[in-house]
Design a protein around this ligand. Sequence first.
Ligand code: G6P
Length: 610
Amino acid sequence: MCGIVGYVGKSQAAPILLDGLSKLEYRGYDSAGMAVYDGSKIEYEKAKGRLRLLSEKTHDGATMQGTIGIGHTRWATHGEPSETNAHPHLNEDETIAVVHNGIIENYAKLKDKLIKRGYNFKSETDTEVVAHLLDYYYKAGNDPLACVTKVMHRVEGAYALGIIFADYPDQIYSVRKDSPLIVGLGKDGNLIASDVPAVLKYTREVYFIENEEIARLSEGSIEFFDVDGQPIEKQSKTIDWDVDAAEKGGYDHFMIKEIHEEPKTVRDTLNPRIKNDTVDIEELGMTDEEIRAISRIRIVACGSAYHTGVTAKYVFEDMARIPVEVDIASEFRYRNPILQENELVIAISQSGETADTKEAVRMARAMGNMTLAIVNVVGSSIAREAEKVMYTWAGPEISVATTKAYSAQLIALYLLAMKFADVRGLLPADEMKSLIADLKKLPEQIEMLLGNKERIQKFANRFVAAKDVFFIGRGIDYAISMEGSLKLKEISYIHSEAYAAGELKHGTISLIEEGTLVAAVATQDNIYPKTVSNIVECKTRGAFILAVTTVGHEDIEDVADYVMYIPQTNKYFANSLAIIPLQLFGYYVSVGKGFDVDHPRNLAKSVTVE
Ligand code: G6P
Protein backbone atom coordinates (compact mmCIF):
# COMPACT_ATOMS: atom_id res chain seq x y z
CA MET A 1 0.00 0.00 0.00
CA CYS A 2 1.31 3.47 -0.85
CA GLY A 3 -0.01 7.01 -0.95
CA ILE A 4 0.14 9.45 -3.84
CA VAL A 5 -0.48 13.19 -4.00
CA GLY A 6 -0.25 15.91 -6.64
CA TYR A 7 -0.72 19.68 -6.75
CA VAL A 8 -0.91 22.27 -9.52
CA GLY A 9 -1.72 25.88 -8.71
CA LYS A 10 -0.41 29.25 -7.61
CA SER A 11 1.50 28.16 -4.50
CA GLN A 12 4.84 26.41 -4.15
CA ALA A 13 4.00 22.72 -4.66
CA ALA A 14 6.54 20.85 -2.50
CA PRO A 15 5.30 22.00 0.96
CA ILE A 16 1.74 21.12 -0.06
CA LEU A 17 2.86 17.72 -1.30
CA LEU A 18 4.68 17.02 1.98
CA ASP A 19 1.67 18.05 3.98
CA GLY A 20 -0.58 15.77 1.91
CA LEU A 21 1.83 12.87 2.25
CA SER A 22 1.91 13.31 6.01
CA LYS A 23 -1.83 12.43 6.04
CA LEU A 24 -1.17 9.32 3.98
CA GLU A 25 1.70 7.88 5.96
CA TYR A 26 -0.68 5.29 7.41
CA ARG A 27 -0.63 3.80 3.91
CA GLY A 28 3.11 3.19 3.96
CA TYR A 29 6.18 4.82 5.29
CA ASP A 30 9.35 3.05 4.21
CA SER A 31 10.43 5.77 1.75
CA ALA A 32 9.04 8.87 0.09
CA GLY A 33 9.69 11.16 -2.84
CA MET A 34 8.50 14.15 -4.83
CA ALA A 35 8.90 15.49 -8.37
CA VAL A 36 8.34 19.15 -9.17
CA TYR A 37 8.62 21.06 -12.44
CA ASP A 38 10.92 23.94 -11.51
CA GLY A 39 10.40 26.15 -14.58
CA SER A 40 12.95 24.45 -16.81
CA LYS A 41 13.07 20.76 -15.86
CA ILE A 42 11.61 18.11 -13.58
CA GLU A 43 13.44 18.15 -10.28
CA TYR A 44 13.01 15.26 -7.85
CA GLU A 45 14.04 14.20 -4.35
CA LYS A 46 13.68 10.87 -2.59
CA ALA A 47 14.48 9.62 0.89
CA LYS A 48 14.50 6.17 2.42
CA GLY A 49 12.60 5.95 5.71
CA ARG A 50 9.87 8.07 7.22
CA LEU A 51 8.52 11.15 5.48
CA ARG A 52 10.26 13.44 7.94
CA LEU A 53 13.57 12.54 6.25
CA LEU A 54 12.29 13.85 2.92
CA SER A 55 11.07 16.98 4.71
CA GLU A 56 14.51 17.47 6.27
CA LYS A 57 16.26 16.90 2.94
CA THR A 58 14.15 19.54 1.22
CA HIS A 59 13.86 21.98 4.17
CA ASP A 60 10.14 21.29 4.37
CA GLY A 61 9.90 21.57 0.62
CA ALA A 62 11.47 25.04 0.47
CA THR A 63 14.40 23.90 -1.69
CA MET A 64 12.16 22.61 -4.46
CA GLN A 65 10.87 25.46 -6.63
CA GLY A 66 7.80 25.16 -8.82
CA THR A 67 4.05 25.21 -8.54
CA ILE A 68 3.26 21.77 -9.99
CA GLY A 69 4.37 18.43 -8.60
CA ILE A 70 3.59 14.88 -7.49
CA GLY A 71 4.57 12.97 -4.34
CA HIS A 72 4.59 9.47 -2.93
CA THR A 73 4.89 7.63 0.36
CA ARG A 74 5.83 3.99 -0.11
CA TRP A 75 5.03 0.65 1.41
CA ALA A 76 7.42 -1.53 -0.57
CA THR A 77 6.08 -4.36 -2.67
CA HIS A 78 8.48 -4.83 -5.59
CA GLY A 79 12.01 -4.04 -4.52
CA GLU A 80 13.28 -3.26 -1.05
CA PRO A 81 12.78 0.15 0.51
CA SER A 82 15.62 2.29 -0.91
CA GLU A 83 16.08 5.64 -2.59
CA THR A 84 16.36 3.95 -5.97
CA ASN A 85 13.10 2.08 -5.54
CA ALA A 86 11.31 5.09 -4.02
CA HIS A 87 8.95 6.99 -6.30
CA PRO A 88 8.75 9.09 -8.41
CA HIS A 89 10.10 7.04 -11.31
CA LEU A 90 11.19 8.83 -14.46
CA ASN A 91 11.95 8.06 -18.08
CA GLU A 92 15.63 8.19 -19.01
CA ASP A 93 15.42 11.77 -20.31
CA GLU A 94 13.77 12.76 -17.02
CA THR A 95 10.97 14.48 -18.89
CA ILE A 96 8.17 12.28 -17.50
CA ALA A 97 7.68 11.49 -13.79
CA VAL A 98 5.28 8.97 -12.29
CA VAL A 99 4.03 8.09 -8.80
CA HIS A 100 2.04 4.90 -8.36
CA ASN A 101 -0.05 3.15 -5.74
CA GLY A 102 -0.86 -0.47 -6.58
CA ILE A 103 0.80 -3.36 -8.33
CA ILE A 104 1.40 -3.72 -12.07
CA GLU A 105 0.98 -7.48 -12.32
CA ASN A 106 2.37 -7.91 -15.85
CA TYR A 107 5.36 -5.67 -15.23
CA ALA A 108 7.91 -8.44 -15.86
CA LYS A 109 6.61 -9.07 -19.37
CA LEU A 110 6.44 -5.36 -20.14
CA LYS A 111 9.91 -4.81 -18.71
CA ASP A 112 11.36 -7.52 -20.96
CA LYS A 113 9.80 -5.93 -24.01
CA LEU A 114 11.02 -2.46 -23.06
CA ILE A 115 14.54 -3.75 -22.42
CA LYS A 116 14.52 -5.30 -25.88
CA ARG A 117 13.60 -1.87 -27.23
CA GLY A 118 16.65 -0.41 -25.51
CA TYR A 119 15.15 0.92 -22.29
CA ASN A 120 17.33 0.81 -19.18
CA PHE A 121 15.81 0.21 -15.76
CA LYS A 122 17.24 1.64 -12.57
CA SER A 123 14.91 0.22 -9.95
CA GLU A 124 13.41 -3.15 -9.08
CA THR A 125 9.90 -1.69 -9.00
CA ASP A 126 6.91 -2.59 -11.12
CA THR A 127 6.20 1.15 -11.47
CA GLU A 128 9.23 1.99 -13.59
CA VAL A 129 7.67 0.21 -16.58
CA VAL A 130 4.94 2.88 -16.57
CA ALA A 131 7.49 5.70 -16.91
CA HIS A 132 9.24 3.96 -19.82
CA LEU A 133 6.00 2.93 -21.47
CA LEU A 134 4.79 6.54 -21.37
CA ASP A 135 8.11 7.60 -22.88
CA TYR A 136 7.72 5.02 -25.64
CA TYR A 137 4.25 6.23 -26.62
CA TYR A 138 5.20 9.89 -26.25
CA LYS A 139 8.17 9.49 -28.58
CA ALA A 140 5.89 7.69 -31.04
CA GLY A 141 4.06 11.01 -31.42
CA ASN A 142 1.14 10.68 -29.01
CA ASP A 143 -0.02 13.52 -26.81
CA PRO A 144 0.01 12.93 -23.00
CA LEU A 145 -3.66 11.93 -22.86
CA ALA A 146 -3.22 9.35 -25.62
CA CYS A 147 -0.06 8.06 -23.89
CA VAL A 148 -2.02 7.54 -20.67
CA THR A 149 -4.86 5.69 -22.38
CA LYS A 150 -2.41 3.47 -24.24
CA VAL A 151 -0.61 2.62 -21.02
CA MET A 152 -3.97 1.76 -19.43
CA HIS A 153 -4.59 -0.73 -22.22
CA ARG A 154 -1.21 -2.36 -21.68
CA VAL A 155 -0.87 -2.66 -17.91
CA GLU A 156 -2.70 -5.22 -15.79
CA GLY A 157 -3.21 -5.00 -12.06
CA ALA A 158 -4.08 -2.18 -9.73
CA TYR A 159 -2.95 1.40 -10.02
CA ALA A 160 -3.52 4.98 -9.06
CA LEU A 161 -1.04 7.09 -10.99
CA GLY A 162 0.06 10.70 -10.85
CA ILE A 163 2.02 11.82 -13.92
CA ILE A 164 3.73 15.02 -15.06
CA PHE A 165 5.31 15.76 -18.44
CA ALA A 166 8.07 18.42 -18.67
CA ASP A 167 6.69 19.45 -22.08
CA TYR A 168 3.26 20.15 -20.52
CA PRO A 169 4.37 21.90 -17.35
CA ASP A 170 0.95 23.10 -16.32
CA GLN A 171 -0.83 19.71 -16.27
CA ILE A 172 -1.09 16.68 -13.99
CA TYR A 173 -2.52 13.47 -15.39
CA SER A 174 -4.02 10.96 -13.03
CA VAL A 175 -5.81 7.65 -13.46
CA ARG A 176 -6.92 4.74 -11.34
CA LYS A 177 -7.93 1.09 -11.45
CA ASP A 178 -8.61 -0.78 -8.19
CA SER A 179 -6.49 1.66 -6.15
CA PRO A 180 -8.13 4.70 -4.59
CA LEU A 181 -7.86 8.18 -6.07
CA ILE A 182 -9.57 11.47 -5.46
CA VAL A 183 -9.26 14.91 -7.04
CA GLY A 184 -9.64 18.02 -4.89
CA LEU A 185 -10.92 21.30 -6.31
CA GLY A 186 -8.91 23.93 -4.44
CA LYS A 187 -9.14 27.73 -4.33
CA ASP A 188 -5.66 28.49 -5.63
CA GLY A 189 -5.00 25.15 -7.28
CA ASN A 190 -6.12 21.57 -7.71
CA LEU A 191 -4.95 18.34 -6.10
CA ILE A 192 -4.91 14.59 -6.47
CA ALA A 193 -4.54 12.13 -3.57
CA SER A 194 -5.04 8.52 -2.55
CA ASP A 195 -7.36 9.55 0.24
CA VAL A 196 -9.38 12.56 1.34
CA PRO A 197 -7.35 13.62 4.43
CA ALA A 198 -4.47 14.66 2.17
CA VAL A 199 -6.53 17.46 0.61
CA LEU A 200 -8.83 18.50 3.47
CA LYS A 201 -6.61 21.41 4.46
CA TYR A 202 -7.05 22.92 0.99
CA THR A 203 -10.55 21.96 -0.04
CA ARG A 204 -13.66 20.02 0.86
CA GLU A 205 -14.80 19.81 -2.77
CA VAL A 206 -13.74 16.41 -3.99
CA TYR A 207 -14.26 14.19 -7.04
CA PHE A 208 -14.09 10.44 -6.46
CA ILE A 209 -12.39 8.92 -9.46
CA GLU A 210 -13.89 5.63 -10.63
CA ASN A 211 -12.05 2.73 -12.18
CA GLU A 212 -10.39 3.52 -15.51
CA GLU A 213 -11.22 7.23 -15.38
CA ILE A 214 -8.57 9.80 -16.19
CA ALA A 215 -8.29 13.26 -14.66
CA ARG A 216 -6.33 16.15 -16.21
CA LEU A 217 -5.66 18.96 -13.77
CA SER A 218 -4.28 22.42 -14.32
CA GLU A 219 -4.37 25.49 -12.09
CA GLY A 220 -7.82 26.56 -13.21
CA SER A 221 -9.42 23.43 -14.62
CA ILE A 222 -10.16 19.78 -13.99
CA GLU A 223 -11.22 17.57 -16.91
CA PHE A 224 -12.18 13.92 -16.92
CA PHE A 225 -11.86 11.29 -19.63
CA ASP A 226 -12.71 7.62 -20.06
CA VAL A 227 -10.25 4.87 -20.94
CA ASP A 228 -10.55 5.80 -24.64
CA GLY A 229 -9.76 9.43 -23.98
CA GLN A 230 -13.37 10.62 -24.46
CA PRO A 231 -14.41 13.51 -22.17
CA ILE A 232 -16.82 12.61 -19.36
CA GLU A 233 -18.75 14.67 -16.81
CA LYS A 234 -18.35 14.17 -13.08
CA GLN A 235 -20.00 15.74 -10.05
CA SER A 236 -17.95 16.85 -7.09
CA LYS A 237 -18.98 16.05 -3.51
CA THR A 238 -18.61 18.23 -0.46
CA ILE A 239 -16.85 16.42 2.34
CA ASP A 240 -18.00 17.15 5.86
CA TRP A 241 -15.78 14.68 7.72
CA ASP A 242 -13.25 15.84 10.20
CA VAL A 243 -9.72 14.81 9.36
CA ASP A 244 -9.69 11.99 11.92
CA ALA A 245 -12.81 10.31 10.61
CA ALA A 246 -11.67 10.71 7.05
CA GLU A 247 -8.54 8.76 7.82
CA LYS A 248 -10.81 5.86 8.56
CA GLY A 249 -12.13 6.28 5.06
CA GLY A 250 -15.59 7.09 6.33
CA TYR A 251 -15.85 4.03 8.56
CA ASP A 252 -16.55 4.39 12.27
CA HIS A 253 -13.51 2.36 13.26
CA PHE A 254 -10.35 1.10 11.68
CA MET A 255 -11.43 -2.45 12.54
CA ILE A 256 -14.50 -2.37 10.31
CA LYS A 257 -12.53 -0.57 7.61
CA GLU A 258 -9.91 -3.29 7.78
CA ILE A 259 -12.53 -6.05 7.68
CA HIS A 260 -13.78 -4.45 4.47
CA GLU A 261 -10.25 -4.50 3.12
CA GLU A 262 -10.02 -8.29 3.43
CA PRO A 263 -11.07 -9.09 -0.15
CA LYS A 264 -8.25 -6.86 -1.37
CA THR A 265 -5.79 -8.25 1.12
CA VAL A 266 -6.54 -11.78 0.00
CA ARG A 267 -6.20 -10.76 -3.64
CA ASP A 268 -2.94 -8.89 -3.08
CA THR A 269 -1.37 -11.77 -1.17
CA LEU A 270 -2.58 -14.35 -3.64
CA ASN A 271 -2.42 -12.95 -7.16
CA PRO A 272 1.30 -12.24 -7.51
CA ARG A 273 1.99 -15.85 -6.45
CA ILE A 274 -0.21 -17.61 -8.96
CA LYS A 275 1.46 -18.16 -12.30
CA ASN A 276 0.47 -20.56 -15.07
CA ASP A 277 -2.02 -22.43 -12.93
CA THR A 278 0.50 -23.12 -10.24
CA VAL A 279 1.94 -21.57 -7.10
CA ASP A 280 5.05 -19.49 -7.65
CA ILE A 281 6.95 -18.67 -4.46
CA GLU A 282 10.38 -18.32 -5.99
CA GLU A 283 10.75 -15.24 -3.80
CA LEU A 284 11.63 -17.67 -0.98
CA GLY A 285 14.61 -19.09 -2.81
CA MET A 286 13.79 -22.61 -1.60
CA THR A 287 14.91 -25.41 -3.85
CA ASP A 288 12.74 -28.45 -4.58
CA GLU A 289 15.37 -30.56 -2.80
CA GLU A 290 14.99 -28.45 0.31
CA ILE A 291 11.21 -28.79 0.17
CA ARG A 292 11.40 -32.56 -0.31
CA ALA A 293 13.83 -32.84 2.59
CA ILE A 294 11.52 -31.20 5.15
CA SER A 295 11.00 -33.76 7.91
CA ARG A 296 8.62 -31.69 10.02
CA ILE A 297 7.26 -28.16 10.19
CA ARG A 298 7.31 -26.19 13.43
CA ILE A 299 5.11 -23.11 13.50
CA VAL A 300 5.85 -20.46 16.12
CA ALA A 301 3.59 -17.45 16.63
CA CYS A 302 1.45 -15.51 19.12
CA GLY A 303 -2.20 -14.49 19.29
CA SER A 304 -4.13 -14.57 16.05
CA ALA A 305 -1.01 -15.50 14.12
CA TYR A 306 -0.84 -18.64 16.27
CA HIS A 307 -4.41 -19.42 15.22
CA THR A 308 -3.49 -19.28 11.56
CA GLY A 309 -0.73 -21.72 12.47
CA VAL A 310 -3.28 -24.11 13.97
CA THR A 311 -5.26 -23.96 10.71
CA ALA A 312 -2.08 -24.57 8.76
CA LYS A 313 -1.36 -27.74 10.75
CA TYR A 314 -4.55 -29.32 9.41
CA VAL A 315 -3.83 -28.13 5.88
CA PHE A 316 -0.15 -29.12 5.70
CA GLU A 317 -0.71 -32.53 7.26
CA ASP A 318 -3.65 -33.43 5.05
CA MET A 319 -2.49 -31.89 1.80
CA ALA A 320 1.30 -32.21 1.92
CA ARG A 321 1.56 -35.08 4.43
CA ILE A 322 4.19 -33.20 6.45
CA PRO A 323 3.86 -33.47 10.23
CA VAL A 324 3.33 -30.08 11.87
CA GLU A 325 3.80 -28.87 15.44
CA VAL A 326 2.34 -25.48 16.36
CA ASP A 327 3.92 -23.68 19.26
CA ILE A 328 3.00 -20.51 21.09
CA ALA A 329 6.28 -18.64 20.68
CA SER A 330 6.63 -17.81 24.37
CA GLU A 331 6.23 -21.50 25.25
CA PHE A 332 8.68 -22.68 22.61
CA ARG A 333 11.34 -20.30 23.85
CA TYR A 334 11.46 -21.46 27.42
CA ARG A 335 10.92 -25.18 26.96
CA ASN A 336 14.30 -26.37 25.77
CA PRO A 337 12.57 -27.55 22.60
CA ILE A 338 13.80 -30.35 20.38
CA LEU A 339 14.06 -29.59 16.69
CA GLN A 340 14.90 -32.44 14.39
CA GLU A 341 17.13 -32.37 11.34
CA ASN A 342 15.46 -30.74 8.35
CA GLU A 343 12.66 -29.37 10.48
CA LEU A 344 11.46 -26.13 8.92
CA VAL A 345 10.54 -23.43 11.42
CA ILE A 346 7.82 -21.06 10.22
CA ALA A 347 7.30 -17.86 12.23
CA ILE A 348 4.06 -15.98 11.61
CA SER A 349 3.70 -12.35 12.64
CA GLN A 350 1.74 -9.36 11.40
CA SER A 351 4.03 -6.74 12.91
CA GLY A 352 7.25 -8.67 12.51
CA GLU A 353 8.24 -7.24 15.87
CA THR A 354 6.69 -9.60 18.45
CA ALA A 355 9.49 -10.28 20.90
CA ASP A 356 8.71 -13.93 21.63
CA THR A 357 8.30 -14.85 17.98
CA LYS A 358 11.52 -13.04 17.11
CA GLU A 359 13.41 -14.88 19.81
CA ALA A 360 11.96 -18.21 18.69
CA VAL A 361 13.34 -17.54 15.22
CA ARG A 362 16.74 -16.70 16.66
CA MET A 363 16.78 -19.92 18.65
CA ALA A 364 15.79 -22.02 15.67
CA ARG A 365 18.54 -20.44 13.59
CA ALA A 366 21.05 -21.05 16.32
CA MET A 367 19.99 -24.71 16.31
CA GLY A 368 20.84 -24.81 12.62
CA ASN A 369 17.27 -25.11 11.31
CA MET A 370 15.89 -23.36 8.27
CA THR A 371 13.57 -20.47 9.28
CA LEU A 372 10.82 -18.91 7.21
CA ALA A 373 8.90 -15.82 8.31
CA ILE A 374 5.40 -14.92 7.18
CA VAL A 375 5.32 -11.23 7.97
CA ASN A 376 3.25 -8.18 7.02
CA VAL A 377 5.73 -5.40 7.68
CA VAL A 378 8.53 -5.12 5.17
CA GLY A 379 11.96 -4.90 6.73
CA SER A 380 10.67 -5.67 10.24
CA SER A 381 12.86 -7.47 12.77
CA ILE A 382 11.43 -10.95 12.19
CA ALA A 383 11.67 -10.47 8.43
CA ARG A 384 15.33 -9.63 8.87
CA GLU A 385 15.98 -12.35 11.41
CA ALA A 386 14.56 -15.26 9.40
CA GLU A 387 16.42 -16.85 6.54
CA LYS A 388 13.41 -16.75 4.19
CA VAL A 389 10.54 -14.25 4.11
CA MET A 390 7.10 -14.45 2.60
CA TYR A 391 5.26 -11.15 2.89
CA THR A 392 1.53 -10.85 3.40
CA TRP A 393 0.30 -7.85 1.48
CA ALA A 394 -2.32 -6.65 3.94
CA GLY A 395 -0.99 -3.09 4.15
CA PRO A 396 -0.70 -1.24 7.43
CA GLU A 397 -3.18 -2.55 9.99
CA ILE A 398 -4.16 0.02 12.59
CA SER A 399 -6.88 -1.57 14.70
CA VAL A 400 -5.33 -3.56 17.55
CA ALA A 401 -7.58 -6.55 16.87
CA THR A 402 -6.16 -8.05 13.72
CA THR A 403 -8.51 -8.96 10.88
CA LYS A 404 -7.09 -8.41 7.43
CA ALA A 405 -3.55 -9.49 8.36
CA TYR A 406 -5.00 -12.73 9.75
CA SER A 407 -6.74 -13.36 6.42
CA ALA A 408 -3.55 -12.64 4.51
CA GLN A 409 -1.57 -15.06 6.70
CA LEU A 410 -4.03 -17.83 5.90
CA ILE A 411 -3.50 -17.26 2.18
CA ALA A 412 0.29 -17.36 2.54
CA LEU A 413 0.02 -20.64 4.46
CA TYR A 414 -2.35 -22.24 1.93
CA LEU A 415 0.07 -21.30 -0.85
CA LEU A 416 3.01 -22.81 1.01
CA ALA A 417 1.10 -26.04 1.65
CA MET A 418 0.09 -26.25 -2.02
CA LYS A 419 3.65 -25.65 -3.18
CA PHE A 420 5.05 -28.23 -0.78
CA ALA A 421 2.39 -30.78 -1.75
CA ASP A 422 3.11 -30.12 -5.41
CA VAL A 423 6.87 -30.55 -5.08
CA ARG A 424 6.37 -33.71 -3.04
CA GLY A 425 4.21 -35.16 -5.81
CA LEU A 426 0.95 -35.09 -3.86
CA LEU A 427 -1.00 -32.54 -5.84
CA PRO A 428 -1.92 -33.54 -9.41
CA ALA A 429 -2.16 -30.62 -11.85
CA ASP A 430 -5.96 -30.76 -12.06
CA GLU A 431 -6.31 -30.64 -8.28
CA MET A 432 -3.88 -27.73 -8.14
CA LYS A 433 -5.94 -25.95 -10.78
CA SER A 434 -9.14 -26.47 -8.88
CA LEU A 435 -7.60 -25.28 -5.59
CA ILE A 436 -6.34 -22.14 -7.34
CA ALA A 437 -9.79 -21.55 -8.81
CA ASP A 438 -11.29 -21.80 -5.32
CA LEU A 439 -8.67 -19.45 -3.87
CA LYS A 440 -9.41 -16.89 -6.58
CA LYS A 441 -13.09 -16.96 -5.66
CA LEU A 442 -12.41 -16.06 -2.02
CA PRO A 443 -12.32 -12.23 -2.39
CA GLU A 444 -15.72 -12.19 -4.06
CA GLN A 445 -17.13 -14.62 -1.52
CA ILE A 446 -15.83 -12.44 1.33
CA GLU A 447 -17.54 -9.43 -0.32
CA MET A 448 -20.76 -11.42 -0.30
CA LEU A 449 -20.41 -12.16 3.41
CA LEU A 450 -19.72 -8.49 4.11
CA GLY A 451 -22.97 -7.70 2.34
CA ASN A 452 -24.74 -9.49 5.22
CA LYS A 453 -23.24 -7.40 7.97
CA GLU A 454 -26.51 -5.77 9.08
CA ARG A 455 -27.95 -9.19 9.88
CA ILE A 456 -24.89 -10.01 12.00
CA GLN A 457 -25.15 -6.64 13.73
CA LYS A 458 -28.75 -7.34 14.71
CA PHE A 459 -27.75 -10.72 16.06
CA ALA A 460 -24.79 -9.23 17.96
CA ASN A 461 -27.04 -6.65 19.60
CA ARG A 462 -28.96 -9.48 21.24
CA PHE A 463 -25.82 -10.70 22.99
CA VAL A 464 -24.14 -7.54 24.25
CA ALA A 465 -24.99 -8.57 27.80
CA ALA A 466 -23.67 -12.14 27.47
CA LYS A 467 -21.38 -13.28 30.29
CA ASP A 468 -19.86 -16.40 28.75
CA VAL A 469 -19.65 -17.55 25.17
CA PHE A 470 -18.27 -20.85 23.90
CA PHE A 471 -16.94 -21.45 20.43
CA ILE A 472 -16.74 -25.08 19.33
CA GLY A 473 -15.57 -26.91 16.24
CA ARG A 474 -13.49 -29.83 15.05
CA GLY A 475 -10.38 -29.81 12.87
CA ILE A 476 -10.08 -26.58 10.90
CA ASP A 477 -13.37 -25.52 12.49
CA TYR A 478 -11.64 -25.67 15.87
CA ALA A 479 -8.93 -23.32 14.59
CA ILE A 480 -11.66 -20.95 13.35
CA SER A 481 -13.36 -21.15 16.76
CA MET A 482 -10.13 -20.12 18.49
CA GLU A 483 -9.91 -16.95 16.45
CA GLY A 484 -13.63 -16.21 16.71
CA SER A 485 -13.36 -16.49 20.48
CA LEU A 486 -10.27 -14.29 20.67
CA LYS A 487 -11.89 -11.58 18.52
CA LEU A 488 -14.90 -11.46 20.80
CA LYS A 489 -13.02 -11.41 24.09
CA GLU A 490 -10.33 -8.92 23.12
CA ILE A 491 -12.70 -6.16 22.06
CA SER A 492 -15.94 -6.88 23.95
CA TYR A 493 -14.44 -8.09 27.25
CA ILE A 494 -16.92 -10.97 27.33
CA HIS A 495 -15.45 -14.17 28.69
CA SER A 496 -15.26 -16.67 25.88
CA GLU A 497 -13.52 -19.95 25.25
CA ALA A 498 -12.83 -22.05 22.21
CA TYR A 499 -13.12 -25.78 22.57
CA ALA A 500 -12.49 -28.74 20.34
CA ALA A 501 -16.12 -29.79 20.00
CA GLY A 502 -15.46 -33.38 21.01
CA GLU A 503 -13.61 -32.30 24.15
CA LEU A 504 -16.39 -30.17 25.61
CA LYS A 505 -18.07 -33.06 27.35
CA HIS A 506 -14.91 -33.81 29.32
CA GLY A 507 -15.52 -30.95 31.71
CA THR A 508 -16.44 -27.63 30.15
CA ILE A 509 -20.00 -28.64 29.32
CA SER A 510 -20.75 -28.18 33.03
CA LEU A 511 -20.59 -24.43 32.37
CA ILE A 512 -23.43 -24.48 29.86
CA GLU A 513 -26.60 -23.00 31.34
CA GLU A 514 -29.97 -21.94 30.03
CA GLY A 515 -29.30 -19.31 27.34
CA THR A 516 -25.48 -19.64 27.20
CA LEU A 517 -24.36 -18.71 23.69
CA VAL A 518 -22.51 -21.52 21.93
CA ALA A 519 -21.10 -20.62 18.52
CA ALA A 520 -20.61 -23.87 16.64
CA VAL A 521 -18.49 -23.88 13.50
CA ALA A 522 -19.30 -26.77 11.17
CA THR A 523 -17.78 -26.33 7.72
CA GLN A 524 -15.93 -29.63 7.36
CA ASP A 525 -18.01 -32.32 5.67
CA ASN A 526 -16.11 -35.31 7.06
CA ILE A 527 -16.78 -34.36 10.67
CA TYR A 528 -20.03 -32.46 10.21
CA PRO A 529 -22.28 -35.16 11.79
CA LYS A 530 -19.93 -35.36 14.78
CA THR A 531 -20.12 -31.61 15.35
CA VAL A 532 -23.90 -31.70 15.01
CA SER A 533 -23.97 -34.32 17.81
CA ASN A 534 -21.92 -31.96 20.00
CA ILE A 535 -24.31 -29.12 19.15
CA VAL A 536 -27.21 -31.27 20.31
CA GLU A 537 -25.38 -32.04 23.59
CA CYS A 538 -25.13 -28.29 24.26
CA LYS A 539 -28.68 -27.56 23.15
CA THR A 540 -30.05 -30.26 25.46
CA ARG A 541 -28.42 -28.37 28.33
CA GLY A 542 -30.12 -25.10 27.40
CA ALA A 543 -27.51 -23.45 25.15
CA PHE A 544 -28.52 -20.94 22.50
CA ILE A 545 -26.83 -22.23 19.35
CA LEU A 546 -25.32 -19.98 16.70
CA ALA A 547 -24.14 -22.21 13.86
CA VAL A 548 -21.63 -21.15 11.21
CA THR A 549 -21.79 -23.58 8.35
CA THR A 550 -21.53 -23.95 4.61
CA VAL A 551 -24.40 -23.50 2.18
CA GLY A 552 -25.75 -27.02 1.63
CA HIS A 553 -25.94 -27.84 5.33
CA GLU A 554 -29.40 -26.29 5.81
CA ASP A 555 -30.40 -29.30 7.94
CA ILE A 556 -28.44 -27.63 10.73
CA GLU A 557 -31.49 -25.41 11.24
CA ASP A 558 -33.12 -28.40 12.97
CA VAL A 559 -30.69 -28.02 15.87
CA ALA A 560 -29.37 -24.44 15.72
CA ASP A 561 -31.22 -21.33 16.87
CA TYR A 562 -29.49 -19.03 14.41
CA VAL A 563 -27.38 -19.87 11.35
CA MET A 564 -24.75 -17.90 9.47
CA TYR A 565 -24.01 -19.50 6.11
CA ILE A 566 -20.75 -19.24 4.21
CA PRO A 567 -20.43 -19.98 0.49
CA GLN A 568 -19.03 -23.33 -0.58
CA THR A 569 -15.28 -23.55 -0.98
CA ASN A 570 -12.57 -26.18 -0.75
CA LYS A 571 -12.44 -27.72 2.74
CA TYR A 572 -8.95 -26.29 3.30
CA PHE A 573 -10.06 -22.70 2.75
CA ALA A 574 -13.21 -22.58 4.93
CA ASN A 575 -11.44 -20.51 7.59
CA SER A 576 -11.05 -17.60 5.16
CA LEU A 577 -14.84 -17.36 4.87
CA ALA A 578 -16.11 -18.52 8.27
CA ILE A 579 -13.95 -16.00 10.10
CA ILE A 580 -15.73 -13.05 8.46
CA PRO A 581 -19.08 -13.37 10.30
CA LEU A 582 -17.18 -14.07 13.52
CA GLN A 583 -15.01 -10.95 13.15
CA LEU A 584 -18.15 -8.95 12.42
CA PHE A 585 -19.86 -10.49 15.45
CA GLY A 586 -17.01 -9.48 17.76
CA TYR A 587 -16.95 -6.01 16.23
CA TYR A 588 -20.67 -5.37 16.59
CA VAL A 589 -20.83 -6.67 20.16
CA SER A 590 -18.05 -4.21 21.04
CA VAL A 591 -19.83 -1.38 19.21
CA GLY A 592 -23.07 -2.33 20.97
CA LYS A 593 -21.32 -2.03 24.31
CA GLY A 594 -19.97 1.37 23.34
CA PHE A 595 -16.30 0.38 23.60
CA ASP A 596 -13.29 1.91 21.90
CA VAL A 597 -13.11 -0.93 19.38
CA ASP A 598 -9.75 0.01 17.88
CA HIS A 599 -7.99 0.46 21.20
CA PRO A 600 -9.13 -2.32 23.54
CA ARG A 601 -8.01 -2.02 27.12
CA ASN A 602 -4.71 -3.58 28.14
CA LEU A 603 -3.72 -4.61 24.62
CA ALA A 604 -1.14 -3.42 22.15
CA LYS A 605 -0.81 -3.92 18.45
CA SER A 606 2.79 -4.88 18.54
CA VAL A 607 4.06 -6.66 21.63
CA THR A 608 7.77 -6.12 21.80
CA VAL A 609 8.13 -7.25 25.39
CA GLU A 610 8.26 -10.83 26.58
C1 G6P B 1 -0.80 -8.79 19.89
C2 G6P B 1 -1.98 -8.34 19.03
C3 G6P B 1 -2.64 -9.54 18.35
C4 G6P B 1 -1.61 -10.30 17.54
C5 G6P B 1 -0.41 -10.72 18.41
C6 G6P B 1 0.73 -11.23 17.58
O1 G6P B 1 -1.27 -9.50 20.96
O2 G6P B 1 -2.91 -7.67 19.82
O3 G6P B 1 -3.66 -9.09 17.48
O4 G6P B 1 -2.21 -11.44 16.98
O5 G6P B 1 0.10 -9.59 19.13
O6 G6P B 1 1.24 -10.17 16.84
P1 G6P B 1 2.06 -10.32 15.51
O7 G6P B 1 2.39 -8.92 15.11
O8 G6P B 1 3.29 -11.11 15.86
O9 G6P B 1 1.20 -11.03 14.53
